[in-house]
Design a protein around this ligand. Structure first.
Ligand code: TTP
Length: 394
């Protein structure tokens, strides 16, 4: 599993965790992926960035290899070479992908080298796969202006030791990285293209995390292990974990997820596709909609949180409101690595990093990112991104 990337596009979420640790239904993505993959392989090796060692060290039953030389996915794979035998067959999986077991099963059951492909409505954002009539790889074309097909590289490969001789032949790409796709292109039509149509998402930008949680919620079965006070109304599917208390007057419209030991209400309104992590407090007169709220966050009173990502241990002052819709109802744009990027969402609220504090009556405009540890002073209207640790004074 390649997990040594920087995850810059996912800031501020990655201010306090490596990208593969983003939560999907309150479980770090990488733990979900390891659980799936372990059914099919003998060993799991994760390629990490040495700055993130502390996080990955906590994962049991896997080996860690640091990517010390070179940048890019091929450089990452090369770091594993010394741990492999000549006749090993292995999977290579990008660490920021959400997929289902069927993806791994299909590629494992294919003889020889293979690449997983999936259909995308927006193929030009990805590596587009050209294959022949016998489903053999012709080539992967990176982010083409006019995509030759809808099939894209799904970031899961089955390879053999031969890949290392191809990696030795490739040169840096235009973005200055050694790309695994360039090496796979050199193998050519020995590589089989395995098409997979299940859940697939690459979590690169903050709003992808809302989407990832959404698609998993749709798959999950109902369960309620929490304590419900009188006059709690739950409509539709709700996954409510152990130790949760839902207080009187709370109205829940599923599908929603509420993680362990969280306390909701009294009189809270939790709307579809809200994913609330563990030990979260959503107190009186709060409305939450299609948002990911991570562990230990407190939203005690009178807030609206819509289409937003609120990271761990955030504290919202009373009356903190996220706006999620522009007056002109156009797509919300977000600054990603110094560029204005369309989110593809008409409704997108705020992306709030971990440990942020807001004072009373703070308003946050659509698509705004607030860096981890920032303080937003009372009464502020946050109409621009806020740096990590910044004190935003109105
Ligand atoms: P990307 O998403 O292309 O890169 P990134 O994780 O650095 O993210 P960003 O562009 O937002 O900074 O990487 C695809 C996968 O490959 C991802 O799971 C991380 C992994 N990777 C490495 O292991 N080493 C590397 O040098 C790079 C660039 C990526």
């Amino acid at each position: 599993m390649l997990a040594a990337g920087k995850g810059e596009r996912l800031e501020p979420i990655t201010h306090t965790r490596p990208k593969p640790f983003v939560p999907v239904l309150d479980t770090p993505l990488i733990l979900r992926n390891i659980r799936i993959v372990k059914k099919y392989v003998n060993d799991v090796v994760i390629v990490i960035n040495s700055n993130h060692k502390e996080y990955f060290k906590l994962i049991e039953g896997v080996s860690l290899v640091e990517q010390t030389e070179g940048k890019g996915t091929a450089a990452a794979l090369r770091a594993v070479k010394k741990y492999l035998e000549r006749d090993d067959e292995f999977l290579v999986i990008y660490g920021d992908l959400l997929f289902e077991e069927e993806a791994v099963e299909k590629i494992v059951n294919t003889h020889g080298e293979a690449i997983l492909a999936t259909e995308s409505d927006d193929p030009k954002k990805y590596g587009v796969i050209v294959k022949d009539s016998e489903n053999r790889l012709v080539r992967i074309v990176e982010k083409p202006e006019n995509p030759p097909s809808k099939l894209i590289n799904a970031g899961i490969y089955k390879l053999t030791y031969d890949i290392f001789s191809y990696i030795d032949k490739i040169v840096l790409s235009s973005r200055g990285e050694l790309e695994l796709t360039d090496a796979v292109n050199l193998i050519g039509n020995k590589v089989k293209v395995v098409t997979y149509n299940g859940i697939w998402l690459d979590i690169g930008r903050p709003w992808d995390l809302i989407e990832a949680n959404k698609v998993l919620l749709d798959k999950e079965k109902d369960r309620n292990l929490g304590v419900m006070e009188e006059n709690v109304k739950i409509k539709g599917k709700a996954i409510i974990e152990d130790g949760v208390v839902i207080k009187s007057g709370t109205y829940i419209e599923g599908p929603v997820y509420i993680g362990k030991n969280s306390v909701i209400g009294p009189n809270a309104y939790i709307r579809p596709y809200s994913v609330i992590g563990s030990n979260v407090k959503v107190g009186a007169f709060n409305e939450i909609k299609e948002s990911v709220i991570m562990e230990n966050t407190k939203i005690p009173h009178l807030s609206y949180v819509g289409d937003s990502v609120i990271c761990e241990d955030v504290n919202f002052g009373a009356g903190t409101i996220t706006a999620n819709l522009r007056f002109d109802e156009k797509e919300v744009k977000v600054n990603i690595k110094n560029e204005r990027v369309g989110s593809g969402r008409k409704k997108l609220g705020a992306i709030v990093g971990a440990h942020v504090r807001t004072g009373i009556n703070v308003s946050i405009l659509p698509g705004v990112k607030i860096g981890a540890y920032a303080w937003i002073y009372p009464g502020a209207i946050v109409d621009r991104d806020v740096e990590k640790g910044e004190k935003f004074v109105p």
